[in-house]
Write a protein that binds this ligand. Structure first.
Ligand SMILES: C[S@@+](CC[C@H](N)C(=O)[O-])C[C@H]1O[C@@H](n2cnc3c(N)ncnc32)[C@H](O)[C@@H]1O
Length: 255
């Protein structure tokens, strides 16, 4: 082992290690938790996200998806991070995995993994990379976890998601943490992650509202379901146009 460490340059060692993990992980093609352990991402063990991901993502497994994960990992260390990107590459054999980070993570790019450098709240940057990525099937926000960032990024990127796509937000516990712009005294504060996303729930039933001249919002029209778990949220996009059995144009018909 020491011989390898001495003879092979560090960067090459890392690339070899990632390749080895890739081949190991594809031996367990339907077990995302096992893949998370092999690729050493904290999406299982430190967090417990992979069972939820597998439940929601299994129908995408063999499709040619465009997947964007915000946050490569490893922060300022250029050679660290990318564990979850390599896990997604193993789990989705035909998908392209895109990611972005405020730090330069270009060393971690590989076949089917493309990484951009920029902030999740730099909308000019997001617009530029959106053109390169094309329509997205899955978006995962595992970036700064700052409440304002999570909400603004969602507002900007949700329209870039295809109908039938899923938007996921991780580490939503920051909704309660003031140092991330969260609030533990008012759970309905719309500047917080939960305050904001809870406020969208009623929109699922907008056809049932009794409101004169009600104008549907973008979210009313295109959010078809939301799934809340411990510290993570899944938001499904589609046409939310199922009609009410009772209400017509947001009014009760006269008897
Ligand atoms: C929790 S780590 C990502 C972990 C990785 N997704 C995984 O599961 O292995 C968060 C990453 O987001 C990056 N980040 C922080 N603020 C950001 C911002 N405003 N825009 C983009 N990336 C940011 C950090 O540099 C860090 O690498």
């Amino acid at each position: 082992m020491n011989f390898i460490k001495e003879k092979i340059p560090y960067k090459k060692q890392l690339k070899l290690l990632y390749k080895l993990r890739y081949f190991k992980a594809i031996l367990f093609p339907f077990n995302l938790t096992k893949m998370a352990r092999i690729h050493k991402t904290d999406k299982f063990g430190f967090h417990f996200y992979t069972p939820h991901y597998q439940h929601h993502f299994k129908k995408f497994k063999f499709k040619r998806n465009n997947i964007l994960e915000i946050g490569v990992g490893g922060y300022y260390k250029p050679y660290n991070g990318g564990n979850s990107l390599r896990m997604w590459k193993s789990y989705f054999p035909f998908s392209k995995i895109y990611s972005l980070d405020i730090h330069d993570k270009s060393f971690l790019e590989e076949y089917r993994i493309k990484i951009f450098r920029g902030s999740q709240v730099d909308f000019e940057f997001l617009e530029t990379i959106s053109k390169e990525m094309g329509d997205l099937d899955i978006i995962i926000d595992d970036g700064s976890h700052v409440n304002g960032h999570v909400i603004e990024t969602f507002k900007y990127l949700f329209p870039k998601l295809i109908k039938g796509g899923v938007y996921v937000i991780e580490d939503t516990q920051t909704s309660y943490w003031p140092d991330y712009g969260g609030d533990s005294s008012n759970f309905d504060n719309k500047q917080t992650i939960y305050g904001f996303f809870k406020s969208l729930i009623d929109g699922l039933n907008n056809e049932e509202f009794i409101i004169d001249n009600y104008q549907k919002t973008y979210y009313d029209k295109y959010i078809i379901s939301m799934h809340f778990y411990h510290n993570m949220i899944f938001i499904y996009k589609g046409n939310n146009d199922e009609k009410s059995n009772y209400i017509v144009n947001n009014q009760r018909p006269r008897e």
